[in-house]
Design a protein around this ligand. Structure first.
Ligand SMILES: CC(C)(COP(=O)(O)OP(=O)(O)OC[C@H]1O[C@@H](n2cnc3c(N)ncnc32)[C@H](O)[C@@H]1OP(=O)(O)O)[C@@H](O)C(=O)NCCC(=O)NCCS
Length: 157
């Protein structure tokens, strides 16, 4: 499997025209452990508040993530998903490496996932993220979420 420079997947910023591609993948991965965006309206709100990146392998979109830079310099990551047909092949790890490289100067990076999402949790922990707390009914869907935080120091890869 070949990747670009420094083994990175390429990033492309999603715009209003990309709602259907984005929502297609959300539908495929959404469920108890991943709160998917379900409408164009939600997607348009998302790209107003933050940068949504597509991960691309060659010319094909293989996943996406939301990257929000806060006023204090910290970064919040959300909506991380790899297309099921590409999962389990190392693309999630490469995608995380690529996005953490963008955020490498942030004093703090946080993200949220479901406590049963062991695959995602083990991926995040392998980069030095630590679970700081669990919140019940975090998105109002009746499901708990854990908050994972990475703070200063080198991001392990
Ligand atoms: C979570 C997700 C992004 C991972 O992407 P992926 O391409 O499958 O991940 P990779 O193949 O790069 O594997 C990355 C790591 O996941 C972990 N992992 C993979 N399969 C696993 C399994 N069955 N059980 C536990 N951990 C597993 C490992 O830590 C693996 O690390 P390794 O490189 O040392 O093997 C992907 O499964 C996904 O999109 N899931 C649906 C949406 C979602 O839940 N997103 C996270 C929301 S916070």
């Amino acid at each position: 499997m070949k990747f670009g420079k420094k083994s990175k997947i390429s990033l492309e910023i999603a715009g209003a025209d990309n709602a259907s591609d984005y929502l297609l993948l959300e539908k495929l991965v959404g469920g108890k452990t991943y709160a998917a965006l379900a409408s164009e309206k939600e997607f348009l709100e998302e790209i107003k508040k933050a940068t949504v990146y597509f991960f691309k392998n060659k010319d094909e979109i293989i996943g996406h993530i939301t990257y929000r830079l806060n006023k204090n310099g910290s970064v919040h990551l959300g909506g991380f998903a790899i297309d099921p047909k590409y999962q389990g092949q190392g693309f999630g790890r490469k995608a995380m490496e690529t996005i953490l490289d963008l955020a490498k100067n942030a004093p703090k990076i946080d993200l949220v996932t479901h406590p049963d999402n062991l695959k995602a949790i083990s991926l995040y922990q392998s980069f030095g993220f630590k679970i700081t707390e669990q919140k019940e009914n975090y998105y109002g869907d009746g499901e708990p979420r854990v908050i994972l935080v990475w703070t200063s120091g080198k991001i392990a890869s």
